[in-house]
Design a protein around this ligand. Structure first.
Ligand code: TEU
Length: 559
């Protein structure tokens, strides 16, 4: 690791925090969160230790997919604020050392987008080829990503008597990236927001975006993209020309080996970061079994990444907790453990709950999960409210159950808004995870709260760049309830130990590659552990965890 690398490739050990402006803080009492509200909370995020803010879509939208159905890529939803307020937010965040990235959703538009309205108006429309039209759905037909909405990704349109492609909802027609003017538009969108101070994008639904759309039967005469990955490389190169620091964090929910192609190669980068969906799903299988082996196998199976690339680690996001990479019996095990009621499940593949209720509010286990997430090699990505242990509201439809307003206090509407409760953009949670019991203000005052624990983890993570930059070694020790791993880089090394079981575990670990006179410095508790003849003895509490810096006289770091 060179000094220039650590500053240029800031995403290698960032702390990313995802939020939807409309549910964060309402500054004008209309029941909808807004940009000035978020700007007021930048100091809160800085205090937590966040270094990168990921804003979910804030473009104008009819709101049939929580803003992922866009009608104008060059504007801001007026309920959320103005361009002036947007730039103020980005500038305030930057001032506190926080970069801002945002969702880039260009696989599709809303069917209310002027491009689509024009495209569907006639086969001769100049915008016709902005979307993918066919006389007949190809034989390779399949259900959309949201079963229940549509049993086909092809929708018949009466006006021009052709079918259009939509990988997601039927009201989200896919853009045709094989058509050069569409690629020009995408570059313009990327350039536009970068010019406003954005440090990169979370790229929505990447495999769908670049999939070849013209190979099917009956598609002759349509534009072809020679190599979809070349196009992803083109976007990346364009972005690099516009901003020397920007990065792309892609949503690619595929097995690790298939993800590799989306990182590109050293001289031809594509996505600098991708979420580790496989690791996340195996982690839940490990939790369900109190057995570290599924997670260990996933970590061991991660391919080596090109220089500068990184995994985004997460335990929850704004979508259903997808379990689509598990086998049917494995998925059933996780459903049984964490979503016993069918109403907690979605699309037959996921769970519409947040983590704390899945763990029955067991704070030892919740802490274990976040300790794991922050210690695994990669860059942690938090979803707003995780830092205080928010729950879901199952009375709210579909994936919105986990997108309830941020809980700031035990006051009116959880301190989110002064509007009437019936005017809130999404209802709050109730019951044991309601703002009365779970809120940022009371946890901030309580040194033993989850939020302080998460802050401590973030501090330890930021003080241990080897987690983001280092090489992983998984230690063999014969107890399948425990994951013991070392991350090592030129700055030093850290050993993390996690007991996934609800019982105490005694463990003897042999530590490889030790410098003479090494000892273990506990990063979360005021303790130093001796190493005897290359081994350390540990007694872990139920769901216990340790972060131990392997330190020697050569290590000059503090804390
Ligand atoms: O998601 C795309 C996507 O592939 C996931 O919804 C996927 O279906 C799920 O994780 C199971 O694998 C993105 C956004 O995250 C989602 O909120 C949007 O609804 C979707 O795109 C359409 O824009």
């Amino acid at each position: 690791m060179r000094i220039s690398d650590t500053s240029d490739r800031w995403w290698k050990n960032a702390v990313i925090y995802c939020l939807d402006v409309e549910v964060y803080l309402d500054s004008n009492d209309d029941g909808v969160g807004d940009l000035p509200g978020l700007t007021r909370r930048i100091d809160y995020l800085a205090e937590l230790g966040v270094t990168c803010l990921w804003l979910m879509p804030l473009y104008p939208s009819p709101g049939h997919d929580d803003g992922y159905d866009i009608t104008d890529f060059y504007a801001i939803d007026p309920r959320l604020g103005s361009f002036g307020e947007f730039v103020e937010l980005v500038r305030t965040a930057r001032d506190r050392g926080i970069r801002v990235i945002m969702d880039l959703v260009v696989n599709h538009t809303s069917d209310q987008h002027p491009w689509f309205i024009e495209s569907r108006s006639s086969r001769e429309s100049p915008k016709r080829d902005y979307y993918v039209w066919r006389d007949n759905p190809p034989t390779k037909n399949q259900p959309s990503a949201f079963p229940g909405d549509s049993d086909s990704i092809w929708e018949y349109d009466d006006t021009t008597e052709q079918y259009y492609l939509h990988n997601f909802y039927r009201h989200q027609p896919d853009l045709n990236i094989a058509h050069p003017p569409v690629r020009d538009e995408i570059a313009r969108i990327v350039g536009f927001w970068t010019q406003l101070g954005i440090s990169g994008f979370r790229v929505d639904a990447v495999p769908f975006l670049i999939e070849p759309k013209s190979e099917e039967e009956g598609a002759e005469g349509h534009d072809q993209l020679p190599d979809p990955h070349e196009y992803l490389g083109d976007i990346s190169a364009f972005l690099a020309r516009r901003s020397s620091e920007a990065m792309l964090l892609g949503e690619v929910n595929l097995p690790h080996q298939e993800q590799l192609a989306f990182f590109g190669a050293g001289d031809r980068p594509e996505l600098q970061m991708q979420f580790d969906f496989h690791g996340m799903q195996q982690l839940y299988l490990s939790f369900a079994r109190n057995d570290a082996r599924p997670l260990t196998a996933s970590l061991a199976g991660r391919p080596d990444l090109p220089d500068g690339c990184q995994w985004g680690t997460f335990v929850r996001n704004h979508d259903e907790l997808t379990l689509d990479q598990l086998s049917d019996p494995e998925r059933d095990e996780v459903f049984e453990a964490f979503a016993p009621d069918p109403d907690m499940r979605l699309y037959g593949r996921g769970i519409r709950r947040r983590l704390p209720p899945m763990f029955g509010g067991d704070e030892r286990r919740i802490r274990l999960a976040y300790s794991l997430m922050f210690s695994l090699p990669g860059t942690p990505v938090l979803f707003y409210g995780e830092e205080i242990g928010m729950g879901e509201n199952l009375a709210v439809e579909g994936r919105y159950a986990v997108r309830t307003p941020m809980q700031w206090s035990d006051g009116k509407n959880g301190g989110f808004s002064k509007a009437r409760a019936s005017d809130l953009v999404v209802p709050l949670t109730d019951g044991e995870f309601s703002p009365k019991h779970v809120n940022a203000t009371s946890q901030r005052r309580d040194r033993d709260s989850l939020t302080h624990f998460i802050r401590d983890l973030i501090q330890a993570y930021r003080n241990s760049p080897e987690i983001g930059w280092g090489r992983l070694t998984i230690l063999e020790h014969g107890d399948h309830r425990v994951l013991a791993h070392i991350v090592r880089a030129s700055v030093g090394a850290m050993l993390a130990v996690h007991n996934l079981a609800d019982e105490p575990v005694e463990l003897t670990l042999s530590l490889p590659d030790l410098e003479p006179k090494s000892h273990l410095f506990d990063l979360l508790q005021p303790k130093i552990l001796p190493i005897n003849r290359g081994t350390v003895e540990l007694l872990l509490e139920p769901y216990g965890h340790r972060w131990l810096r392997i330190t020697s006289d050569a290590d000059t770091r503090i804390g």
